[in-house]
Structures are given as structure tokens and as C-alpha cells.
Design a protein. Structure first.
Length: 487
């Protein structure tokens, strides 16, 4: 089996290199370096060290992932001919992707590894920034950042900040979480005679000249509560505090039932902000809707039934399950196929029985125009629908006639209301045929009425009159003026 001996070059100077590693480097017949850009190599060259480096691959490949894969492939190929030595900066098992790839190949039985450590840069890094790791810290590879993995309440070290481009990626990622002027520390060649420590505000992270392949960035843990306001965990803590001992009496007494009306109100206020294309309003109203979700989840947790994690897990699992064309091997041609699959999976999940109505899947709490729309849509899917709009118009006219008959009979308000509802229901069918959402249509008309009526109010005030002093004809003339003005 192919043998590769892996050695660590340590964190910096030759003085930090273990004697055993030094001897094996100097006597190696076939030495390969991931990179020669390391202080130890420069010193060993003066002592006659010979090697081959993979630095050229960094220029040839577009991503670090492909660089590391190619280096590993070449090492495996070379090891098939003879035993080789592969040297990497720092410790081979600390932030060294190529070694991780080689370890996977060893588990597959492709090669055999003999790993000898060099000093990791972490110890001198802790010393440089005065960090006791017992307090906890996060270790991130700057070349493969995952924003969701960043926890600002812990100290963070970002390694492999090779150049200004990577530093910029770190900066932009952190600026989505931390203030632009949050203090960060740039440490280059930690623990060596060339060590440089520079503290800068976050926004200047990529403007420091000393950045090179021995650079890491230290970000101290966030202590100020205000800085954490963007974090979901901070918001959850706020809600728990409001409902906890010593919290807010109003929040403490809320139940799922008492909060129902607020969820509906906040949802409609969000719709208004969307209709007005008010970005700040959308942000605010989304926050209010999220508040309602967190309050319900906190009530569930306080009562011992469920938590927000259960809510998130449930919807996350459902979205993955209902999108097999994204997360599995199902194929779709268009959005209609997606909807068809969605409904089929939904029906399977609910285990629909023969006696169960297809209308039962429509939420009972929907606004009634929307509920009518959904009822008709469900019925249409099983063939209970007209193919043409003409009979739909006939039905509208028929229902209007029946409404007029009830009104002429001086019928009870319930009978008249029922016939009026039939007219609306028939009109919803027309809306559905033309792909008009009736709720949206009514909302548009309500906003239009608001604009024109407030125009009338303004005009009446400018004329020095009150509504009582003007006839309907005069008011209607102002209404027509509003229409001409595009309101």
C-alpha cells in the first residue's frame, strides 16, 4: 500500500520546529510542500533542503476546494512509485484540508499515512490575543465561511486569511452580524520573531498591508446585548424574559386563544405594507408577525408541549419532503408540476380517507372571499367546474336576479344576506377564471376608495365647507376630479 509521511512545519520560526521533524525533513529524498511560503522553508533552504511545492496549483485552479483535491491526487499518484514526505504549515490536523482528504483516502484503503505533528499556530495565537480557550472559542476556516455557524457570543479565530480578498470576505460576512467598527485583531506569524499584532475596526480588516499566508484574525466575544439584537437567540431570550418571572404582566397572561386576533391583525398590516411597496414597513410588519410566532412558541414551551425548535424542525422537514424535485430525484417541468406533486404528497401525509372531504384541507380561519376561492379551486380539481366563462356569467346574472326577488319580497335579512353571498360566490368564480385573487382585488378597490375619499376631504376643507353643506352631486364632482388626477 502507498505510504505518505505527513509532517507539520510548525507555526513560524525554525526554533519552534521539533528536532524529530527537522531531521525527517532534511533527510527526505522525496519531499513535497503544500506551499513553500513559510518562514521555516526559507531557513531550511539555506541548509540545503530540496523539495517540490504545489504553489503553482493555486494559480491554475479556481477554488480552494479544487486546489486541495488536486494536491491530494498528485500525492497519491507520486506515492505509488515510492514513499514520499508531505509537509504542511502548522500542525497537519489543524485547519489542513489536504490532510483531511488524505485521511479519507486512508479510510478507503487507498493509501497509508504516518502523521507527525508540528506546533499548531493556535497556542501562540492564544498568547498573542490573551485568550484562555477554556472560556470557549470558535475556529473558522476563512476560505470556507458559513455565516450560520458564526456565534458572536463566543470568541472567534479565523485562520487561512491569506490575502486581502479573503480578508474582505471575512469582513463582509461579519458586518452582517457585528457593527462596522467592532474591534478585531489581525495576527501574522503568531509566536515567531516576525509576529505582528494589529487591532483595527472591522471595516478596515482588508486594508492592512501585513496580511499574508501566516495571517489569522481574532474577534473577541460580544458582551453588549444591543450588538446581539440581530441574533434569533437574542430575540427568543427577550420573549422568554417578557413571559418569565418579573416580566410583563400583559405578556404573561396571554394564551394561544387570546393572541389569535393579533396574529390576524399583524398579517393584514404586513399585506398593507407589501401592497404599498413600503420596504421599511415590510421589515417592521414581518417582525410583528415573527413576534406572534415566538409568543405562541414560548407559550408552548412554558406549558411543556412544544418549543420553537419543534416548530422549525416540523416546517423544515415538511419543506424538504414536499420538494423532492429539489432535495431528491423527482423531475418537474414547470410550476404546475410542482403544485401537483405538492398536493399529492400532502394528501399522502394526511392519510386522506374516502369519507373525508377534499374541502377540509382549506383552512377554516381564512377570510371568506379567499375561502370561497379555495373551495372552488379544490372542487375544480376533481372536475366540478366550467370550462368556459360564459356559464359563469350566466350564474352571476341568475344570482343577482334571485337577490332582487328576495329584496322585492321584503324577505328577512338572513335570506337577503344569503342571496347576496351567492352573488359574491359567483363573482369569485369569475375572478378565479381570470386568475384574479378576489382578496387582492377588493384590497385594490379599498385603497383606491381611500385615496379618492381623502382627496374629497382635502378639497372640502380647502373650500371652507363641511360635508353637510355640500350635495351628493357636488361631492361626486370632486370624486370625478380625483379620478382624472389618477387617484
Amino acid at each position: 500500500m502507498n505510504m505518505i509521511k505527513v509532517l507539520g512545519l510548525g507555526a513560524g520560526d525554525l526554533e519552534q520546529l521539533p528536532m524529530g521533524v527537522y531531521k525527517q525533513l532534511m533527510k527526505a529524498d522525496h519531499l513535497f510542500l503544500r506551499t513553500k511560503e513559510h518562514p521555516v522553508i526559507e531557513e531550511l533552504e539555506r541548509e540545503g533542503l530540496t523539495y517540490e511545492s504545489f504553489d503553482a496549483i493555486y494559480e491554475q485552479e479556481g477554488t480552494f476546494g479544487t486546489v486541495y483535491e488536486r494536491i491530494a491526487d498528485e500525492l497519491i499518484e507520486r506515492s505509488a512509485q515510492t514513499e514520499i514526505v508531505y509537509a504542511v504549515p502548522g500542525h497537519p490536523l489543524v485547519a489542513e484540508k489536504t490532510v483531511q482528504i488524505l485521511l479519507e483516502k486512508e479510510r478507503e484503503g487507498v493509501i497509508k499515512l504516518d502523521i507527525k505533528g508540528g506546533q499548531s499556530f493556535l497556542d501562540p495565537m492564544f498568547t498573542a490575543v490573551g485568550l484562555d480557550p477554556i472560556d470557549g472559542f470558535q475556529f473558522h476556516d476563512a476560505t470556507a465561511l458559513v455565516k450560520e455557524a458564526i456565534e458572536p457570543t463566543q470568541a472567534m479565530i479565523f485562520c487561512q486569511v491569506y490575502d486581502a480578498f479573503i480578508a474582505s470576505e471575512v469582513k463582509l460576512t461579519l458586518m452582517e452580524i457585528l457593527p462596522d467598527d467592532y474591534p478585531v485583531t489581525i495576527v501574522t506569524a503568531a509566536g515567531s520573531s516576525m509576529e505582528q499584532i494589529t487591532e483595527v475596526p472591522l471595516y478596515e480588516l482588508d486594508r492592512v498591508a501585513e496580511i499574508n499566508n501566516l495571517t489569522s484574525v481574532y474577534v473577541p466575544a460580544v458582551k453588549e446585548e444591543e450588538v446581539l439584537y440581530k441574533q434569533f437567540s437574542s430575540f427568543r431570550k427577550t420573549i422568554a424574559t417578557l413571559r418569565g418571572p418579573g416580566g410583563c404582566p400583559w405578556d404573561q397572561k396571554q394564551t394561544h386563544e387570546s393572541l389569535k386576533k393579533y396574529l390576524i391583525e399583524e398579517a393584514y398590516e404586513l399585506l398593507d405594507a407589501i401592497d404599498e411597496e413600503d420596504t421599511d414597513g415590510i421589515i417592521e410588519e414581518l417582525g410583528d408577525v415573527l413576534l406572534q410566532v415566538l409568543l405562541h412558541a414560548q407559550i408552548g414551551e412554558d406549558e411543556g408541549y412544544f418549543s420553537i425548535e419543534d416548530v422549525i424542525e416540523g416546517i423544515n422537514e415538511k419543506m424538504i419532503r414536499r420538494h423532492p424535485h429539489v432535495f431528491a430525484d423527482t423531475s418537474v417541468d414547470d410550476a404546475d408540476d410542482v403544485i401537483t406533486n405538492w398536493e399529492a404528497i400532502k394528501a399522502e401525509e394526511k392519510g386522506e380517507r374516502a369519507e373525508q372531504s377534499i374541502l377540509d384541507s382549506v383552512a377554516k380561519g381564512l377570510p371568506n372571499l379567499t375561502k370561497a376561492f379555495q373551495y372552488q379551486k379544490k372542487a375544480g380539481k376533481v372536475g366540478f367546474d366550467w370550462d368556459d366563462v360564459a356559464p359563469m356569467w350566466d350564474k352571476v346574472n341568475e344570482e343577482i336576479g334571485e337577490l332582487q326577488e328576495e329584496l322585492a319580497r321584503d324577505s328577512s335579512s338572513d335570506l337577503v344576506a344569503a342571496e347576496f353571498g351567492d352573488v359574491l360566490f359567483a363573482l369569485v368564480n369569475i375572478a378565479r377564471y381570470y386568475k384574479i385573487d378576489p382578496e387582492v382585488a377588493v384590497a385594490l378597490t379599498n385603497r383606491k376608495f381611500y385615496r379618492r375619499f381623502t382627496f374629497i376631504e382635502k378639497k372640502v376643507k380647502e373650500l371652507g365647507h363641511s360635508f353637510e353643506n355640500l350635495s351628493l352631486e357636488q361631492l361626486d364632482a370632486i370624486w370625478e376630479e380625483a379620478k382624472k388626477n389618477g387617484l
